[in-house]
Design a protein around this ligand. Structure first.
Ligand SMILES: [Zn+2]
Ligand SMILES: [Zn+2]
Length: 200
């Protein structure tokens, strides 16, 4: 079975309470690339489970960045023909067309560079929900520095849904993830967010 279901945008993990948990990307709390030259690259995930607990799991790089775009296997029920059909080609072609037209499945506002940038979920490393929104720490794929944005859940969970405006913490975060984590928690729900438009 595929770990990611493109129809529900959910990842399947093991849950010690219920056996299986199906969670959206915004339920991830931390995401960390495992060290070493593993191929495929694997990330360890700490996620908020539907059972109310938090557990650890693993996700491959392609499941994180490509599966939500349909660029991996999967099937769907075609309502016109009432047949189960592979979904990859259709979704994948659509995603390729949209990316080719300059639309990005995910984006964020890089505070050190003062500009919006396209990004993939593997660059998200801390996620913290509150007040109906999501604090998101992103390691910029271009400048490698960290920014914290305040976004909607859909901004993370739904490919090609980009908030028109996001909150930005006006703070340059340290390189070290531990220090970033502390600063992230301290700054996140303070009132230091400033709105920035996400035009790429
Ligand atoms: Zn659970
Ligand atoms: Zn940057």
């Amino acid at each position: 079975m595929d770990m990611y279901d493109p129809l529900t945008s959910r990842y399947t993990f093991a849950c010690p309470e219920r056996g299986e948990a199906r969670v959206v990307l915004s339920s991830f709390r931390t995401l960390e690339r495992l060290p070493g030259p593993a191929h495929p690259v694997v990330y360890s995930v700490h996620f908020a489970c539907t059972c109310g607990g938090e557990h650890d799991g693993f996700v491959r790089h392609d499941e994180l960045d490509w599966a939500p775009l349909g660029l991996e296997g999967g099937v769907f029920l075609n309502l016109m023909t009432a047949k189960v059909e592979p979904v990859a080609d259709e979704l994948g072609a659509l995603a390729a067309t949209r990316i080719g037209a300059g639309e990005w499945p995910w984006s964020f506002y890089c505070f050190p560079e003062e500009r919006a940038r396209p990004v993939f979920p593997s660059a998200f490393f801390l996620l913290s929900p509150g007040e109906g929104r999501l604090g998101l720490a992103v390691r910029c794929p271009a400048c490698r520095r960290t920014s914290v944005n305040l976004v909607s859940h859909d901004h993370v969970d739904v490919p090609f849904h980009n908030d028109r405006e996001v909150g930005v913490v006006e703070h340059v975060f340290p390189e070290d993830v531990r220090a970033t984590l502390d600063a992230f928690r301290a700054e996140l729900w303070s009132s230091s967010f400033d709105a920035r438009r996400l035009a790429l």
